[in-house]
Design a protein around this ligand. Structure first.
Ligand code: ATP
Ligand code: MG
Ligand code: FE
Length: 337
């Protein structure tokens, strides 16, 4: 099927045209990050308004770049949740309007379902696999047995890894969002300079906790007379990143071994992190596991990723009605059909 996909769960307005849930003909992303940066985080009311301003242009651009007209589109897929309700409603209402006007089928999917199926747009990753969804709002381990068949194995009990990156960047005065900045600084720092805690590493379960690492960074900074700069800052960034990465890698490998899974997918914004890519790659190679990272564009929020599940559901005859509502929180285990 030729699908139009729309994503607006947070601060990216995104639209894509995808054929057969595998080939992205376009994947357009309008980020609001500059607008929110001055507030140090996403302001929900502003996000909704910016989505409203951007959505028509982004959808038109997605059709244009794919060289497709609306008349050729055979169905719509849209993020139903989780996310900011006001933001989600913009994409959802737009998708409903197009579906109604053109008499097309519509399906709402889970944002994290999009993230963990995203690599299917670049290569066929056979099921089952272990997925680490690591982003601004999630640090979750899932067993993925197929489209719509997800079982949660572990999750963060407090901050998401991306949230920890963002909070640490903020307290170091590095702006928002901070993941990519810390990643760049860490590349030139000594990861062994400061021994930050590795929370829950030795607990025999698959949950995570990142707020303790963040507090340890805060305490370290408070003990100094001024904010770290130069090599001290690079060493701090590298040491913080190493602590987060070590926990992510070890728990993910533990989950794959417990579940007897040969393949691991790492997805979501933090999957862009070069330290995580390198360490996960090395650990998987050592254990004979295959790890797949989507390319950076598909790790971040985008609409094409939604079409993998959307195509599968619509092709099976699943449809959502126009009463479909946005969900601020929505456990992925209950998102299958
Ligand atoms: P969710 O997907 O959980 O709903 P979200 O959509 O806001 O949350 P994403 O857009 O998937 O999150 O990811 C954004 C997060 O990824 C931010 O916290 C950002 O700092 C982080 N991030 C992006 N690039 C990197 C990087 N290179 N290293 C570490 N973190 C990164
Ligand atoms: Mg975002
Ligand atoms: Fe996301």
């Amino acid at each position: 099927m030729l699908l139009l996909a729309i994503e607006s769960s947070c601060d990216e307005t995104a639209a894509a045209v995808v054929r057969d849930g595998r080939h992205a003909l376009s994947n357009v992303i309008a980020s609001q990050v500059d607008v929110h940066a001055r507030y140090g985080g996403v302001v929900p009311e502003i996000a909704s308004r910016k989505h409203l301003e951007a959505i028509s242009v982004v959808v038109e651009e997605a059709l244009e770049r794919a060289s497709v007209t609306l008349a050729e589109i055979e169905g719509l897929v849209v993020t139903r949740g989780p996310g900011l309700v006001g933001a989600l409603l913009v994409g959802l209402s737009f998708a409903k309007a197009v579906a109604m006007a053109r008499n097309l089928p519509l399906v709402g999917v889970h944002h994290i379902e999009g993230h963990i199926l995203a690599p299917q747009l670049e290569q066929a990753v056979p099921f089952p696999y272990l997925a680490l969804a690591v982003s601004g709002g999630h640090t979750h381990l899932y067993r993925v047995d197929g489209v719509g068949r997800y079982r949660i194995l572990g999750r963060t009990l407090d901050d998401a890894a991306g949230e920890a990156f963002d909070k640490v960047a903020k307290l170091l005065g590095l702006g928002y969002p901070g993941g990519a900045v810390i990643d760049r600084l860490a590349a030139e720092g000594n990861p062994k300079a400061i021994d930050f805690p590795r929370p829950m590493l030795h607990k025999h379960q698959l949950d995570f906790s990142f707020s303790g690492i963040k507090t340890a960074v805060l305490n370290h900074v408070r003990a100094q007379s001024e904010l770290p700069a130069g090599q001290d800052l690079r060493d701090l960034a590298a040491s913080f990143q190493a602590a987060v990465v070590e926990v992510l890698v070890k728990k993910t490998l533990r989950a794959a071994e417990e579940q007897n899974l040969e393949r691991i997918v790492v997805a979501g914004g933090v999957a862009c992190n070069s330290g995580l890519r390198q360490a996960m790659g090395a650990a998987c190679a050592a254990k004979g596991k295959t790890v797949v990272f989507p390319s950076p564009l598909l790790c971040a929020d985008n609409a094409a990723m939604l079409a993998v599940a959307g195509d599968s559901y619509l092709s099976a005859g699943e449809r959502d009605g126009f009463a479909l509502n946005a969900l601020a929180s929505w456990p992925l285990d209950r998102a299958g059909r």
